[in-house]
Design a protein around this ligand. Structure first.
Ligand code: FEO
Length: 392
């Protein structure tokens, strides 16, 4: 992808990864992603803001060549994860003398992850300003979006805020700007759910700081750029708020149909009671879809048969994932079936313990659900509906 001008002397020079379908060998990328890097040319100094995934460094260098860049004074590193920092060693080799501008924590990670020489780093403090001549970058530390060293930089004269991972989206698109807000919203929400949600408690303060800066443009390192910052800031305010929706996510696995009978009954009763339901077959689900569905709801229900004395492995995976991404759930329930016994409920309860939610009464049917099992499901639906109503 050719370099693209954002404002005078500011260019997008990163790479688009159209074909990538998995991140961290974990996260599905149905729409690919991008590794955005930015070039800021001041009157006296030139800065490259972040680099790209090493596999695509040729795209970064082709963009710099196309712009006729002969020297780089500073490589600003907002975040040490390798999809942004992995090409920094190659940049330093190509532009000898370039200084890596970052914070101490990030420098330490660059040394340990990439073997970058610490003497190549200029350490900045929170609030420090890097003068490029007529353009200046001010740094704001924003730890845990989503690593401990992350920071933002604000190009004050152009009012462009570079947020690296924060506020990004895994979306490969030829559009520089996020003007197609509907499609970007879904990609940004999926990205938030998978990567950012575990740290959501920190974000309201960051969002306030960003609003106080009044950026005209927010330029993340994944996905398109926001020239209507309120779009993504409002979305984050909603996702990170403590407000939960009158929704229940039901993740289920069924081997011979018994668990599915219980799920069907529960869905029917919840929908009848006015609770919005999102149902996922955990044997085939895209875990990104499941993660995204967990951003808003008040309740999670896991439904599983008993296999080899415990929950189906797909239910174990879902419980572990839900616990790891820390959604703002208030309630959870476990239902399912068993042939003769097992520790299904105990195992799932322990996997979900990190969620700190109210665990509703579990319900396991022995073989095909009997009328009393289905009556128990009806009671569970009533309990969920009542709790949602109490939340307002
Ligand atoms: Fe896009 Fe945390 O790296």
């Amino acid at each position: 992808m050719a370099p693209r001008k954002i404002t005078e002397g500011v260019f997008s020079v990163g790479a688009i990864d159209w074909d990538r379908r998995l991140f961290d060998s974990l996260i599905p990328l149905p729409f690919g992603t991008s590794y955005n890097a930015y070039l800021v040319q001041g009157e006296s100094k030139t800065a490259l803001l972040d680099a790209v995934e090493p596999a695509l460094q040729k795209d970064l260098f082709a963009n710099l060549d196309e712009l006729g860049v002969k020297s780089i004074d500073y490589v600003v590193c907002h975040h040490a994860e390798q999809d942004h920092s992995g090409s920094i060693p190659a940049v330093l080799e190509r532009f000898p003398g370039a200084r890596v501008v970052t914070n101490q924590k990030c420098a330490d990670l660059l040394v340990s992850h990439l073997r970058i020489d610490s003497s190549a780093c200029d350490i900045v403090a929170d609030g420090a300003v890097l003068d490029l001549g007529g353009k200046s970058l001010q740094f704001t530390f924003a730890p845990w979006v989503h690593w401990p060293e992350t920071m933002l930089s604000f190009l004050r004269e152009d009012r462009i805020l570079f947020t690296c991972d924060f506020l990004g989206s895994h979306l490969a698109t030829g559009m520089l700007y996020a003007d197609d807000e509907h499609s970007v919203y879904l990609s940004a929400k999926r990205y938030y759910a998978e990567i950012m949600m575990p740290f959501r408690g920190r974000y309201p303060a960051y969002l306030q700081k960003i609003e106080a800066m009044a950026p005209a443009i927010i330029a993340p390192s994944h996905g398109p750029i926001y020239r209507r910052p309120a779009f993504i800031l409002d979305a984050y305010k909603d996702w990170t708020s403590d407000h939960v929706k009158n929704e229940a996510v039901i993740g289920y696995v069924s081997m011979h149909g018994s668990t599915k009978i219980m799920v069907d009954r529960l869905v029917d009763r919840l929908v009848g009671a006015g609770v919005n339901v999102k149902q996922f077959d955990l044997a085939t689900v895209d875990i990104g879809e499941l993660a995204m569905a967990l951003v808003d709801p008040a309740t999670l229900v896991l439904a599983t048969p008993t296999v080899l004395g415990g929950p189906h492995p797909a239910a174990v995976y879902a419980a572990y994932l839900a616990s790891a991404i820390k959604p703002k759930l208030r309630h959870a329930a476990i239902i399912g079936s068993q042939g003769w016994g097992g520790k299904t409920v105990d195992t799932l309860k322990s996997l979900l313990a990190g969620l700190k939610v109210e665990m509703l009464e579990p319900l396991m049917s022995k073989g095909l659900p009997k009328p009393e099992d289905l009556a128990g499901i009806d009671k569970l639906a009533e309990a969920i509906q009542a709790r949602h109503a109490a939340l307002g």
